[in-house]
Design a protein around this ligand. Sequence first.
Ligand code: PA5
Length: 469
Amino acid sequence: MKNQTTSLKLNTSYVHDNRLGPHRLSEEDLHGLAPRVRDIIGEIEAERKAGKHRFRELPHERPQVEDIKRLVAELRPDTENLLVLGIGGSALGNIALQSALNPLTWNLLHSSVRNAPRLFVLDNIDPVWFEAVMRMIDDDWGRTIVNVISKSGETAETSAQFLIVRDRMIQALGEEEAVQRIIVTTDQAKGTMRGLIDAERRRLGVENAYRSLIVPDGVGGRFSVLSPVGLFSAAMCNIDIDALLDGAAAMDAAVSDPDPMANPAARLAMIHYLYMERGKSLHVMMPYSQQLRDLADWYRQLWAESLGKIRPADKKNVGPTPIKALGATDQHSQVQLYREGPNDKLFTFLEVEEFDVDSVIPRAFDDVEAMAYLGRSREGTLGGLLAAEKRATELAMLVSQRPSLTIKFPAVNARTVGEFIYLWESVVPIMGKLMGIDPYDQPAVELGKKLTFHFMGRVGFEKLPPEME
Ligand code: PA5
């Protein structure tokens, strides 16, 4: 990427390669769209000054970060379990940060190695899973902090979990101690959760009851990972949240570049949009890194919920379908389809140049070539093999005229992950404007919520919603 302060590298050569034949996008195709995108970048910058696109300001709001750090410094030393209750945008970023930036075996590590709590993010209401996690906490509520995250404070799944967990904590610890162990991340002024915790604080008169962190106004769930929503659990688990925000801030400079050809968010938006126009609306993100796997899950929500809409201008149903795949695992599951199935996909590979650790493949069985080459190769490490497999897959795709691009992480660390998150978030409003839709709403999820209230007997929802008639 052009901006010297960012370290992710975007390689789009297998979008432009002649071997793609009719599936190739030329630089001229991008230049054709560039004037419109230049205007869009200008519009977004102007709207940003007027208070829109609020997520763009998050890397710069450092006083809030100091508040989080103070709370973490107080809580972390005596906390063995951090239980996050949230769903969708109130959980996916937390999960992605933890798996990218801490060992995937974090919860299995001895507490003296972790020096921070185990993290459980309960982003579903499956009772078997829920109770399994409760057993892990094993009545150790006195060393557990619960972070309830809900911007609206209305979400049935999170509210149900909160009611159960609060009740069990009160039974174990008594109400006065229990409520000091519950941190609520929600809107500053609006919503059921806000009203409830304010009222409970008044009722209880306990100083640290239901302490709260704020989901900033105008920042929707799927854009909130760099706000207290994602930062609190990350900081509790020793993730360097300053570096995360520094990476995002550096990317802010890069994605503010008015030149669409040099602006990485604009370039990604143009490529995705032009391919969608040409019938490739399945967008596969395929990290060749276990650490980055859950970032692809986070991206899936960002892309789907932001861009799958009815376009107001013509009432047409529009939107790409994001797909998550994992290299090398899914080479043995998906690549057959990707190469020989319909040519309706654009692939984004995530590649890591240098893994934190690597495992040398020992040389053995010299007379069994199917084994021997692995240890003999110059690339004879698991990281080397993974890199070779990524290279092999992108070339195999190219031979089948399947376009792909690569985002290269020099290393997976808080800074590069911050860059990545901010980059994709910034692609979304450009895509929204190109597609003529509002990327910040999610009207289609409302009906399901109302029907759930109806089936669960919530007062005010006795009748089926009018859309059902
Ligand atoms: O991105 C979104 O807006 C949604 O996925 C929400 O995050 C999700 O529905 C949970 O909402 P809330 O945080 O209000 O409980």
